[in-house]
Design a protein around this ligand. Structure first.
Ligand code: ATP
Length: 235
């Protein structure tokens, strides 16, 4: 469904993504794991067309369409939604208004989508008219995921969904990510919480300084000594 082929990304003269090739298959959850600064967020932003510069080299494909020269507003309607690191909800707008913003690429009534979001996140329904800025971190993450669902994407891309959340909320968010996937959504996520990510993913990539150094299904990765030591804190 999504494929990057050998992409290189620079900030100025510094190459932060060094020939990265990943594939995301329809129906799966795939995770990119890696330390701070490995280039994970940069990769996601590039896929979404958020950076000023396009990849210096390589190509990005979504459903056999080349997207690495497109702008974000052309990419979203193709069926990709993005939940940025730090959620970035609109703090002054209510929950309802934030959700409606998520549907901006679609015309017509979006009440069925709003109901679907409330089905996943009942807590949001109770606070429909509350300003998003007054929500807790966990609730804002739910709202950010809900807003992404509003565009009815085929692929959802999440940057660090666990960031800053309590362990209980992390579990809740990952349970919902799994449910959304089981109901048909393909998901690519970036995570520093390797244990959680591997518990939901079908396949994961280990990224170090701009490169994929290892990839495979979670059970294979969890047997790898380096993964155990550096990502799972074992030993
Ligand atoms: P994190 O989890 O901390 O976000 P990451 O793996 O997502 O880490 P990136 O945010 O993609 O890493 O950053 C990769 C490298 O690019 C880092 O060395 C970072 O300092 C650098 N970088 C990120 N954004 C910019 C920018 N706008 N301008 C210049 N350098 C940047």
């Amino acid at each position: 469904m999504l494929e990057t082929r050998n992409i290189e990304i620079y900030y100025g003269k510094i190459m932060v993504v060094r020939g990265l090739s990943i594939k995301v298959q329809k129906g799966e959850i795939r995770a990119i794991l890696g330390a701070n600064g490995a280039g994970k967020s940069t990769t996601l932003k590039t896929i979404m067309g958020y950076l000023d510069d396009q990849p210096e080299k390589g190509t990005i494909w979504f459903n056999d369409k080349r997207i690495d020269r497109l702008k974000t507003e052309q990419i979203v309607p193709l069926g990709i939604a993005y939940v940025p690191e730090g959620r970035e909800v609109f703090p002054e707008l209510t929950i309802r208004e934030n959700l409606i913003m998520g549907a901006y690429t679609r015309s017509g009534d979006c009440s069925a989508e709003i109901d679907r979001v409330f089905n996943y996140f009942p807590v949001l329904k109770d606070r429909l008219k509350q300003q998003a800025g007054t929500l807790s971190g966990g609730e804002q993450q739910m709202l950010a995921i809900g807003r992404a669902l509003m565009s009815k994407p085929a692929l959802m891309i999440l940057d660090e969904p666990s960031l800053g959340l309590s362990p209980l909320l992390v579990t809740e968010i990952f349970d919902i990510i799994r449910t959304i996937n089981q109901e048909g959504m393909t998901i690519l996520l970036v995570e520093q919480n390797a244990r959680k990510a591997l518990s939901v993913a079908h396949h994961a990539f280990i990224m170090e300084t701009g490169r994929i150094v290892l990839e495979g299904p979670p059970d294979k990765l969890m047997k790898n000594e380096d993964v155990q030591e550096f990502y799972l804190g074992m030993q």
